[in-house]
Design a protein around this ligand. Sequence first.
Ligand code: F3S
Length: 755
Amino acid sequence: MAFDIEMIKKVYASMAERVDAAREIVGRPLTLTEKILYSHLWDGKATKVYHRGADYVDFAPDRVACQDATAQMALLQFMHAGKKRVAVPTTVHCDHLILAKNGAKSDLAVANTQSKEVFDFLSSVSNKYGIGFWKPGSGIIHQIVLENYAFPGGMMIGTDSHTVNAGGLGMLAIGVGGADAVDVMSGMSWELKFPKLIGVKLTGKLSGWTAPKDVILKVADILTVKGGTGAVVEYFGEGAIAMSCTGKGTICNMGAEIGATTSTFGYDDAMRRYLVATGRQEVVAAADAVASYLTADPEVYANPEQYFDQLIEINLSDLEPHINGPFTPDRGTPVSKMKEEAAANGWPIKVEWGLIGSCTNSSYEDMARAASIVEQAVTHGITPKAEFGINPGSEQIRYTIERDGIIATFEKMGTKVFTNACGPCIGQWDRAGADKGEKNTIVHSFNRNFSKRADGNPNTHAFVTSPEMVAALAISGRLDFNPLTDSLLNDNGEEVKLNAPFGDELPKRGFDVEEDGFQAPAADGSSVQILVSPTSDRLQLLAPFEAWDGKNITGAKLLIKAFGKCTTDHISMAGPWLRFRGHLDNISNNMLIGAVNAFNQKTNEIKNQLTGVYEPVPTVQRAYKAAGIPSIVVGDHNYGEGSSREHAAMEPRFLGVKAVLVKSFARIHETNLKKQGMLALTFANEFDYDKIQEDDTINFLDLTEFAAGKPLTIELVHSNEARETILVNHTYNESQIGWFVAGSALNLIAAAGQA
Ligand code: F3S
């Protein structure tokens, strides 16, 4: 593996000039977030002030990272961009498709068999197009990015919501959909609404049982799962500086759980130590030369209330360990209150499993501190009451903690060491008995604890806490055990009180690894063949979507009038459909199956206008497609909210839907529809939604005059032959109209590449 020091030096070379220009234009001291944003403007030096929460801005990210579940469609699309290599350093990480069951060795072997064609595909595409490929078992995307690629002051995007983890090394790292990643990999700009800023001032110092995890569990409790929406969270203060770099990573990681665009910290000694320990002395030298640009201007942190839209202050000296959950990461309970909360809410007290690791808490410090608790239990003759499992974040971490005896300590407690992969964190956990649906409690140090997320059992109460608290709760077997005040009984019936955890921030002997699992791309990939079996049910090469024929769309059938909430999960479900993320035809069989039909209030049961029979949405749409009949989807408010998955736009496009007409869109989905060459339209008068009838045929009257800022007129032809015309709005600019005309944004990129 080689980090790209030349790219980093290039970013730093223009940083002073760009930040100074921005400061002058903005006319006041700048936060760190603003410095990173203004130094990554697509157009170079700032020429105007961007308004937070209002202006859409084009940026030039430095890197892209993709995980295996999302990379499939991203790379299938990239193959159509007509590029020889990716335009910015990019990596692909195989971490989501490995089931945790018996332990690392056998689980990895099973995954390598079951998902072989997907891994081979990702490997060969990476090899061909200059993408660094991290094999199954090498580790989890965000841990590997922190260990190898993140750098202070950088900007990256990644096709996973926890890309934000890299904020621990002072980056602005943001989770996006695959289509956005393809744009950046193809050398195009990336658009983001200029975020609002939340400042979190950390005073005091962590000590005893309190860990960095408790900071974000507390912040989540304060802000809730929506509180960070549209904002970047910037942490600062003496408590931030005193914290390890990986601890900062944990805090940034779970910024996704408050809906924040991302989170970050200013460059400091903890980051220097981590960069040196992970072999990046050169990055330290480069960053030190521009250090004042890698943190906020001093006036900002001196008077933060003047510079942030919202300010939170947390005194780490007073902060208690937190246990958040169940079912949502923002339900925070300080450990001292858990006895009464658990009793009052009827949460199962017995802890069945403790799980640590994942991309959230896999640092050497995390593992060492958790192991210090296990060691005490073993020394005092306490038999652990719950099962215990670890998903190390990377092979480098796993190898190093094995070398230093930490894994041996865990194994004294019968711990299962799963693959260096997501495993139970993404529901890839074959937990014995989970199918019985019994009410039970597990504790973990991951980030999300939604219903069914870990083991598929809706009655599993999952609680999120620090790794050391997971160890203590698993050993005690009780959710309401408070290690700060309570004792445990050892096997001789003697009372034992656990001491506070301890552990080195970084390994004294340095990190080590034998086989890191990295595959460097070919220097010239032009002869690399990409093999996709035409009979595969998991992968399918994409054909370009057809260009617009320049005519009005006429005779379109209403496919479905969706009622109420229609998120990307309703449009393209996850769960078992994950395995088809690389096969557009197969995954299209889930199109809109979760949407509620406004005419019968049922899901996945709509009228086929050709036969009058009620059938599943994909079946009806495939019938229209086979008959060469266009169709239209109608929806309610905030259509397409949720994730940024582009499948929700690609599936209707693939199956022949021409337009989506709604009361309002979630912005990312609207953009995704535009990128795939669809018409994303809104009712000029939202009450016209009520005029749409089940048997309607729809004609566009002036699509031939499609232009920015000009509404379109459509005609509804009802079953009784009555006709009504309505106005519909759109937000296409001239270049986005170009996407529609070409058939997709990608077609346009490809055409430009061939010109
Ligand atoms: Fe994987 Fe869970 Fe992180 S799914 S990327 S370990 S949030």
